[in-house]
Design a protein around this ligand. Structure first.
Ligand code: DAH
Length: 331
């Protein structure tokens, strides 16, 4: 066989392979089991020819190995330069979410009362008229029982108009003493405007124990208001009427913006109205089987959106329900 011709042909094929795949083709063709060289090696009879053929085989194997190293080095170089990452470039920041303003206020209120040893309980957004009205001592003539003011699912079932029914559930489920708050949504048949929304959040509070007085109510609300609006806040009560408290009181907190001097937030009165409160009406205690001679209690209900709006100077309630991130991101 033409050893020199084979050598030239094989070496130029190996050197000319421009990829690892082409090199493998050349290796199979010139060094594979069916190659002319391997064929000749199998048939060789004399020592001299055997030596010449084996030298060629080693030489070609060496050439393949060298070409392979060169090609894979080049391959690596190419990939390294193509895939290089500049780790000094600024990254793409993943926007981080945060709690909704009303949720922040909710958690803060919960923290305050957990710190006082209260339980935080869930109420029901869909209530029977029994729990939403009767058990809270609302007479059948009370305007809240009208379809014009409240959202009824049928004659006996209503979207709760206040969180107060949670008081009844908690008292029915256990014996006094009771220290609980319940926070959630309430619904009213209201046309939305700057300060009204047909759905909003309330925090309901209830404490029933031996010897609870109005001083406890005032001290507890004062503690809450100082946590929400600053340590300098003071409270005052105005008399009011709620069917489930006697006496009933509307708590005011001294204005956190002007400290009582008078400004737009407090409408130049120095005081901000907060919600409702009072001493639990003996009728309500009797209703759940608590002896009003032995137990007394206070209760309160405050709107969370109102707290959030006051604290952050929001003129309208609507945006708190509209999920516009341009607003919500600011808090
Ligand atoms: N439920 C009342 C309302 O929505 C607020 C309220 C007043 C709650 C007095 C109370 C309370 O617990 O004692 O207007």
């Amino acid at each position: 066989m033409d050893v020199q011709g084979l050598e030239n042909e094989a070496e130029s094929a190996i050197a000319g392979a421009s990829s690892l795949a082409e090199l493998d083709d050349a290796r199979v063709r010139y060094l594979g089991r069916k190659s002319a060289l391997k064929q000749a090696l199998r048939e060789v009879r004399d020592a001299e020819s055997g030596r010449v053929l084996n030298t060629l085989r080693e030489q070609l194997e060496q050439a393949v190995a060298e070409r392979e190293a060169a090609l894979s080095g080049a391959d690596l170089e190419r990939r390294l330069s193509e895939e290089q990452v500049d780790v000094t470039l600024p990254g793409q920041a993943i926007p981080r979410g945060h709690l909704h303003l009303v949720t922040q206020v909710r958690r803060q209120v919960e923290d305050v009362f957990l710190g006082l040893g209260y339980r935080v309980v869930d109420g029901r957004e869909v209530e029977t008229t029994h729990y939403n009205f009767d058990a809270l001592n609302l007479p059948t003539t009370h305007p809240a029982r009208s379809h014009l003011q409240s959202l009824f699912l049928n004659d006996d079932v209503v979207l709760r108009t206040e969180t107060s029914p949670s008081q009844i559930h908690v008292m029915e489920e256990g014996d006094p003493p009771v220290y609980m708050i319940s926070i959630g949504r309430v619904y009213r048949r209201e046309t939305p405007d700057a300060t009204h929304s047909p759905v909003f959040h309330q925090v309901e509070g209830l404490a029933v124990d031996r010897g609870i007085t109005m001083a406890d109510l005032k001290g507890t609300l004062l503690h809450l208001m100082r946590a929400l609006f600053g340590p300098e806040r003071e409270m005052r009560f105005r008399t009011h009427y709620f069917p489930f408290t006697e006496p009933s009181l509307e708590p005011d907190v001294s204005c956190f913006l002007c400290s009582g001097q008078g400004c737009a937030v407090c409408r130049w009165s120095g005081w901000i109205e907060l919600g409702g409160s009072g001493m639990v009406d003996p009728n309500v205690l009797e209703f759940v089987g608590y002896d009003p001679e032995e137990w007394t209690g206070f209760a309160f209900g405050i709107g969370l959106e109102r707290i959030a709006m006051l604290r952050h100077g929001l003129p309208e309630i609507g945006p708190l329900w509209q999920n516009d991130l341009r607003l919500l991101r600011q808090f």
